[in-house]
Design a protein around this ligand. Sequence first.
Ligand SMILES: NC(=O)C1=CN([C@@H]2O[C@H](COP(=O)(O)OP(=O)(O)OC[C@H]3O[C@@H](n4cnc5c(N)ncnc54)[C@H](OP(=O)(O)O)[C@@H]3O)[C@@H](O)[C@H]2O)C=CC1
Ligand SMILES: O=C(O)[C@@H]1CCC=N1
Length: 260
Amino acid sequence: MGPLRISFIGAGNMAQALAKGLIASGVTQASNITAASPVADLHLLQQMQEMGCKVSHSNTAVTSSSVPLALLERTLGRGRRVVRGMPNTPALLQAGASVYCRGAWATDADAHLTHTLLSSVGDCYEVPEKFMNAVTALSGAGPAYAFLMIEALADGGVREGLPRALAIKLAAKTLLGGARMVLESDSHPGALKDAVCSPGGCTIAGVSALEGAGVRGALINAVTQATLRAQQLADVANTSSKNERRVTQDAVDNIVKVEN
Ligand SMILES: NC(=O)C1=CN([C@@H]2O[C@H](COP(=O)(O)OP(=O)(O)OC[C@H]3O[C@@H](n4cnc5c(N)ncnc54)[C@H](OP(=O)(O)O)[C@@H]3O)[C@@H](O)[C@H]2O)C=CC1
Ligand SMILES: O=C(O)[C@@H]1CCC=N1
């Protein structure tokens, strides 16, 4: 197999995070990556160029929708091999959590190649397409929830007198450490939480405040609302013929084309 040549249509946050992660993982070299984006995005293409990637303006359509496999297949034509993926931005640090699902004509080799690419930038799972909206809402959008929580926890530390920089570091490292304990132990998150709560102590006072404010319900609802939005975007793409023409182009344009 020759070097993996990868083309991103769009050079924004997700494309740059994936490109950096893929390069750092060694799965391909920057010179084998090409990004296409509108002229208006010159600064993004310059950033890609600084990473050593090739750039192009050849694609001018604009998109903001997630696109289901069936639409991609309908657009590209019967028999076209499509794999749909949902990465997240920690791919930048090879700490991503990605999923993919294969279209009707995708082969085992296509799935294997997708798995190789996405697992080079973090964890990767194959899922049925019916999970895609929920995955988008949980792990695709999830880094934003984590950043919001880190920022808010740091605000709490600052409110209690900690310097901002220290508070942010402590908050981020605490979430990272907690996440590692969940992933690297067999314990349920609830049991790990219980182990931090000394009887009559400080933590249970804090946990009680969180429960009283409905933080648990708010997080559940965040995933539900984001899932609904993902479904809305897919519905729009599927039902509006005008939109379909636009999204059709977007769909073709948004494929991460991988050539062996
Ligand atoms: N950001 C994230 O954390 C994640 C994003 N994604 C997905 O990644 C995709 C990109 O999102 P994100 O990186 O956040 O968006 P950004 O806005 O950061 O980047 C997208 C870039 O692509 C350009 N673009 C849009 N359509 C086209 C096109 N048809 N041809 C060429 N360039 C195009 C846009 O140009 P312009 O600004 O001129 O419109 C923009 O600069 C979306 O489908 C999103 O759902 C998935 C998981 C996580
Ligand atoms: O906000 C969005 O729609 C995209 C998908 C998941 C993360 N970013």
